[in-house]
Design a protein around this ligand. Structure first.
Ligand code: 6R9
Length: 692
């Protein structure tokens, strides 16, 4: 089937045109501020001259090769990694068409390798053992630590040996619930070293969410930490884990070991609640283990990790990534999208609890032997200049963050930025949601002093790595556009019927053909994998995002088109929030929609109907919000509760979210057709109650 597809591939390449030369002179990066009038930001010649991709021509040439011959393109790159045994032929095989049977994606099958070996041992063998792997910056000013690649390997090996000793074997799940200590990437790498499958749960999730994930993947051990300080606040993680493990046991999943890092700057050992026989102090036990540990060699298609993410139904999905393709893809995207050079110091502000922290705090950078900053604290503590203080302290050259952080810092004023030098910066990055042009300009002009290209990277938990991203130096940039596809990626924009749109267009963003970093299944539910991602538009992977392409071929992401909302770059299913609300004994029904939010991108707006006879009150509002905090986590707390004596429903009982979205955003003159409602009167009633 690969032969038949290659003609499509070629057709797509020819439609990807370079911007017309007349527009290329609009702005020269650094010579003028990127302003409203100029929609093209041209890379500075001296940046381009040193870049991996100095021109559109070089990109287009390689892109064409990658699409015409993906097997050749990716096996050349894969050969630069260490493989105990080379992959068999074919380099990849795929079926992405539900009409042709089971969805199946495999890359480098039969190849035997280990991603931890490639991150650590291989870089050490290449002479980088004494290079700094991690600069760790604590919550408090002055609290810091470093690890060289040699030291990191020793720590990873001690933990790997311990895990083996308690019976963790290849293929076993390990849940990690940790803040941004060095121990978090250490834990991920230790699992990878012995072939165990890590499942990191963001330490902002509640005990109920943690327990749900534990019950789903049944880990042998949970790795955690007693507490963490974020800004002025102490968060007692161990209490959350205790509650989660008790809840899991009730649901039939008993975890025997809870390895707990003592973070005594947040909470002393003495004040930490302890379950004898189950809980072990990390520091006490690991020092007893040798600091070298043989690698478990695994197949390229053996699982590397599970990461739960939100979908449009209540139950989180366990996105499963395998080893070889993910390794090759994260390393390559990291290197090119950030124009990475060995002398760079790289800082990604994401938490390892999200995919960005997996691919672009841990694996992508470390596969490249990069020096990575890991920051425990909050970006506005002790004040809003903290990020730039860290940039100057470690001479950060690549800074990768989320639009929500850019917008929140933008509100605090330029002074917090300009009081720091930031001379070391050369590339900026953005991820998690569309970056609005005004935030893009502030990031570019103020943070980057109009020198640094911005890589606005579009991708997802499912995609493993960047799919649409600028290559700094190659392309003129347009503020707010993620620009062009990465090598080997064929984005297509389709209409409701699944027909591919050409040229200037807008519709649903899909991907044709696989790429090495693609997820392979949803853990324990391959059927849901097929129906969620491959059935909407047969023949394609459907991203769930809307997208338009302009006349120059630039891609503009427009946000989710499903029931998923994006709050500060965190993906939250409306159904999850609704289910947390209706679990409140006084809540009869709930409908949640996203609304525009100045800082968070989207805010959570919840319409609630109460049980007959229950009066709405401020206390009830608070207790409804508390339910969501308890069941999902504080980051999912609704911004607004709108009391709804009735909800707009069709005669068949379907809630009309389209109308609720308009009411939530107060676009009352755009309610559209309400004639199909069972009770049209509820709309007026809702509007009347909007600001009560
Ligand atoms: C990496 C990550 C994925 C969703 C995705 C989209 C949004 C991410 C974006 C972006 C516009 C970007 N998204 N990056 N939208 N421009 N540069 O965030 O993964 O948590 O799975 O979220 O985030 O809507 O579908 P994940």
């Amino acid at each position: 089937t690969n032969g038949a597809r290659s003609s499509h591939r070629l057709r797509h390449v020819s439609s990807l045109a370079a911007p017309p030369p007349s527009r290329l002179n609009a702005v020269v990066l650094g010579d003028a501020l990127a302003s409203e009038e100029h929609d093209l930001v041209i890379p500075k010649p001296d940046f381009s001259a040193q870049a991996h991709f100095p021109s559109p021509a070089k990109y287009l040439d390689l892109y064409k090769q990658s699409i015409e011959d993906p097997a050749g393109f990716w096996s050349d790159i894969a050969s630069q990694f260490y493989w105990k045994q080379k992959w068999a032929s074919p380099v990849y095989s795929e079926n992405m068409d539900v009409r042709e049977g089971r969805i199946n994606i495999e890359w480098f099958k039969g190849g035997i390798t280990n991603i931890c070996y490639n991150c650590l041992d291989a870089n050490i063998a290449a002479g980088n053992g004494e290079k700094i792997a991690i600069y760790w910056e604590g919550n408090e000013l002055g609290a810091d630590a470093t690890l060289t690649y040699n030291q990191l390997l020793h720590k990873v090996c001690q933990l790997a040996n311990y895990l083996k000793d308690i019976g963790v074997r290849k293929g076993d799940a390990v849940v990690i619930y940790q803040p941004m200590l060095m121990e978090l990437p250490i834990a991920m790498l230790a699992c990878a070293r012995i072939g165990a499958v890590h499942s990191v749960v963001f330490a902002g999730f509640s005990s109920e969410s943690l327990s749900q994930r534990i019950v789903d993947c049944k880990p042998k051990v949970v790795l955690t930490c007693n507490a963490v300080k974020r800004g002025p606040k102490v968060i007692n993680l161990k209490d959350i884990v205790d509650a989660a493990l008790a809840e899991s046991a009730k649901n039939g999943t008993v975890v025997d070991v809870c390895l707990t890092y003592a973070n005594e700057s947040a909470l002393t050992k003495e004040s930490t609640k302890w379950v004898e026989g189950r809980d072990i102090w990390w520091q006490d036990i690991l020092s007893k283990y040798p600091n070298s540990c043989d690698v478990e060699w695994v197949d390229a298609e053996d699982p590397l990790f599970l990461l739960y993410t939100s979908g449009s139904t209540g139950k989180p999905k366990g996105v499963l990534h395998t080893t070889g393709g993910y390794m090759v893809y994260t390393a390559t995207t990291f290197k090119y999208a950030f124009d990475y050079k060995p002398s760079d110091v790289y800082w990604c502000t994401a938490d390892c609890g999200w995919i960005t922290g997996h691919s672009y705090v841990t694996y992508g950078p470390m596969l490249n032997g990069a020096t990575v900053v890991v920051f425990e604290g909050a970006p506005n503590y002790p004040d809003s200049g903290r990020c730039w203080d860290i940039v100057d302290k470690y001479k950060v050259s690549i800074f990768y963050t989320a639009p929500t952080l850019v917008r929140s810092l933008m509100r605090e004023g330029d002074e917090f930025v300009t009081r720091y030098s930031r001379k070391s910066l050369r590339v900026l990055g953005s991820v998690g949601e569309p970056i609005n042009p005004s935030a893009w300009r502030w990031f570019f002009n103020v943070v980057g002093d109009s020198r640094c290209p911005i890589s606005d990277t579009w991708w997802q938990t499912e995609t493993g790595g960047f799919l649409i991203t600028p290559l700094p130096g190659a392309w003129p940039q347009k503020p707010g556009s993620a620009t062009f596809p990465f090598f080997g990626v064929q984005p297509v924009i389709v209409d409701e019927k699944g027909a591919e749109l050409e040229g200037e267009c807008s519709g649903y963003l899909c991907v044709k053909s696989s790429w090495p970093g693609a997820f392979r299944t949803l853990y324990g539910d391959h059927e849901r994998y097929e129906t969620t991602y491959f059935s909407a538009f047969p023949g394609y992977y459907f991203s769930g995002d809307g997208c338009s392409r302009d006349k120059d071929g630039y891609h503009w992401l427009t946000g989710r088109v499903d029931d998923v909302i994006n709050v500060s770059g965190h993906r939250i299913g409306t159904a999850e929030v609704e289910s947390a609300l209706v679990s409140h004994p006084q809540c009869a029904e709930a409908a949640v929609v996203g609304v525009e939010h100045e800082v968070k991108g989207q805010g959570i707006y919840a319409f609630v109907t109460l049980v007959e006879g229950v009066p709405y009150s401020d206390d009830l509002r608070k207790s409804l919000i508390m339910n969501v905090r308890k069941q999902i986590g504080a980051f999912a707390a609704p911004d607004k509760i709108h009391w709804a004596p009735g909800l707009p429903k069709t005669r068949s009982g379907k809630i009309m979210r389209r109308i609720l979205r308009k009411i939530a955003s107060r676009q009352l003159d755009e309610l559209g057709d309400t004639s199909t409602l069972a009770e049209p009167g509820v709309v007026d009633q809702l509007i009347a109650l909007a600001d009560s």
